[in-house]
Write a protein that binds this ligand. Structure first.
Ligand code: PLP
Length: 229
């Protein structure tokens, strides 16, 4: 394996962990409260192996075809346990494929998708409801008015573990994450154990940590800038 690449990722991870620790420090939180999901989309299975060597076992992917191929290739080449997080927009007809490799689906944003996942799941599946703070259909997510009904629809074998959101472009992340916090409170009133708040990416994870992120999804700060997506 490419030693230079390994060193590059290791340095990025060291720097990232320092930034996470600093953000936790300034908001009076413990680093143990913030879980890192490494977003590996567009990057090869060799990078997954390096991340695994460095102690990262939670990986995020946003396209079913790529995710499934990578998950299968990793499983075939490497015996270690990893958790694949599906973080992209998901069509209902891909539910059957995604449940085969995903440990958690972050982007449940409509009843029809919850129903498709419920039918497809052969064992309990952790899910997050994706929140939309501005109603933009391009990014996906459920708005405040549909939230209660969607939460009720997430039933066994699905397990609602919390919420996920992407801050809209052009909105200050602090404002977006305030709105997420308010919506998450509504979810917690219905499902008190849905405590995951998955917000924050390379450009805004420090703000997300200040706004109660329990999980952050970091790609480019760890693996480098992508030319696509
Ligand atoms: C790509 C992606 C990320 C990671 O983005 P970076 O800016 O590279 O950290 C996080 N969340 C979702 C939903 C993504 O699609």
């Amino acid at each position: 394996m490419d030693e230079l690449r390994r060193r590059e990722i290791e340095e990025n991870l060291t720097e990232l962990r320092e930034r996470i620790a600093a953000a936790c420090g300034s908001s009076g939180r413990s680093v143990d409260e913030v879980h890192l999901i490494a977003v590996t989309k567009t990057y090869p299975v060799d990078d997954v192996r390096i991340l695994c060597d460095l102690g990262i076992h939670d990986l995020g992917e946003n396209r079913d075809q790529e995710a499934r191929a990578k998950a299968e290739a990793f499983a075939a080449q490497d015996g270690r346990e990893v958790r694949w997080h599906f973080i992209g927009q998901l069509q209902s007809n891909k539910a059957k494929s995604v449940v085969r490799y995903a440990s958690m689906v972050h982007t449940v944003d409509r009843s029809s998708l919850a129903d498709a996942l419920r039918k497809a799941a052969t064992e309990p599946l952790d899910c997050l409801v994706q929140l939309s703070v501005d109603g933009d259909p391009e990014r996906g997510g459920v708005t405040a008015d549909g939230l209660g009904a969607l939460v009720e629809r997430i039933e066994y074998p699905l397990r609602l573990r919390g919420v996920m959101a992407v801050a809209p472009l052009g909105m200050p992340p602090a404002e977006a994450f305030d709105a997420v916090a308010a919506m998450h409170d509504k979810v917690l009133a219905i499902r008190p154990d849905a405590v995951i708040r998955c917000i924050g990416m390379s450009d805004d994870f420090e703000t997300a940590i200040a706004h109660g992120a329990t999980h952050i999804r970091v790609g480019s700060a760890l693996l480098g800038h992508r030319t696509v997506r």
